[in-house]
Design a binder for this molecule. Structure first.
Ligand code: ZN
Length: 395
């Protein structure tokens, strides 16, 4: 069995954490020089353990064993970019766990039946251009290339990306035999359940809705209160109701994260208000039920669906390999749904994919407060190594 090195893991994690660290958090935002610097660290780390670096047309870097051309790759990885003033673990933990697992497997002398790759996907966070999961969408052919490049306005050149290279990147998917990603948990479910690790079973379904309330705009001073038709006053109970309806359904979350007010002047009564609603739940039927309840309570609202994502199921074999690793190593683990988007979720409909979440004592995400203990991180690297080993040695 491959055995990971605690000290090497901690050293490497410290090296990556030094890139983009500021007084207010980690700032390796995608399409900035600090993401490039992190990629240089990635390349150096790959070479130090005998892996060859390949770059795809979306700018992602892949560190592959020298037998890379003999067949598709069993992959593990995550992303190097952070949110602005983000945390040390989101993305970085998955990268360092993958490198440590690859190093341990290399040292173990086990007979791999196929190549092994560590990947760092470009721009998972989408912080600059709202292009979350840029690189995994690109290689799966689901990136809206022209829209995205128009929004990026030349910034894509920092990773040598162009329209042509993005089209070419689609060939990279054929090199991916499977994909495993370790990630810090973005909540406190594992803490509450007394578990160190969570094996993602599903990426939850998610829908975005627009609820429009129409009133009558007029002068905020000269129009008397009696008889006003203020659209924002009509929308206020709707926002409260979203919270109530989601709160009363186990496994559901609902958020009005944006409102558009017209005319949007302090001197005018709001005449038209749109509430942008995000709803996620373990089952798509729960979302349908929640939206139906809102429609019944607010017949005056015009409800329209903006987007629908039915989520993804993670691969059963990879999930059991992760559970088996946790059991062998005596690490308490359980299943856990993922309510946030990840590259693994983008890949899951195309190739076998799975995720391993690491307990986060603060539950914080996208802030420097996110956390994980050294013991839990090293345990995750070991469980990942065991799962990769099982995959790499299977027929
Ligand atoms: Zn992440």
């Amino acid at each position: 069995m491959a055995e990971v090195s605690r000290q090497r893991f901690l050293d490497w994690f410290g090296e990556l954490a030094d890139i983009g660290r500021t007084d207010t958090g980690w700032n390796r935002v995608a399409w900035t020089p600090l993401e490039v610097e992190a990629q240089r660290w990635f390349e150096a780390k790959a070479e130090s353990i005998g892996l060859e670096v390949r770059r795809d047309g979306a700018g992602s870097v892949w560190a592959v064993t020298p037998d890379a051309d003999t067949g598709p790759w069993t992959c593990a990885g995550s992303h190097l970019d952070t949110q602005p003033d983000g945390g040390a673990y989101d993305g970085a933990l998955g990268i360092v766990c993958a490198f440590e697992a690859a190093a341990a497997i290399g040292e173990s002398g086990i007979e791999r039946r196929r190549p092994l790759a560590v990947v760092a996907f470009v721009d998972e966070e989408g912080a600059r251009f709202r292009t979350a999961c840029f690189a995994s969408l690109a290689i799966t052919g689901r990136l809206d290339i022209d829209d995205v490049l128009a929004a990026m306005d030349g910034a894509e050149r920092i990773h040598g990306v162009s329209r042509e290279s993005l089209l070419e990147s689609r060939a990279q998917l054929a090199n991916v035999e499977s994909y495993l990603e370790v990630h810090v948990e973005q909540g406190k479910a594992l803490v509450d359940r007394g578990l160190a690790l969570g094996v993602a079973d599903v990426l939850t379904p998610r829908q975005r809705w627009r609820a429009v309330f129409t009133g009558e705009s007029d002068h905020a001073g000269t129009r008397a209160m009696a008889g006003r038709r203020d659209a924002l006053v009509a929308a206020a109970p709707f926002i409260m109701a979203v919270s109530e309806e989601a709160g009363s359904r186990p496994g559901a979350v609902g958020t009005v994260g944006r409102i558009e007010i017209a005319p949007g002047s302090t001197n005018s009564i709001p005449g038209r208000v749109a509430c942008l609603l995000d709803v996620r739940a373990r089952e798509a039927a729960t979302i349908d039920d929640l939206v139906t309840a809102l429609a019944a309570r607010f017949p005056e609202a015009e409800l329209s669906r903006e987007s629908r994502n039915d989520g993804a199921a993670f691969d059963a074999d990879l999930r059991s390999a992760l559970h088996a690793g946790a059991e062998r190593r005596g690490v308490p683990a359980g299943d856990l749904p993922s309510y946030a988007g990840h590259d693994a979720g983008i890949l899951a409909p195309h190739v076998p994919a799975a995720m391993l979440f690491v307990r986060n004592p603060t539950g914080a995400s996208h802030t420097p407060a996110e956390s994980a203990s050294d013991d839990d991180c090293v345990a995750a690297a070991q469980v990942l190594a065991d799962a990769l080993e099982a995959r790499l040695t299977a027929a």
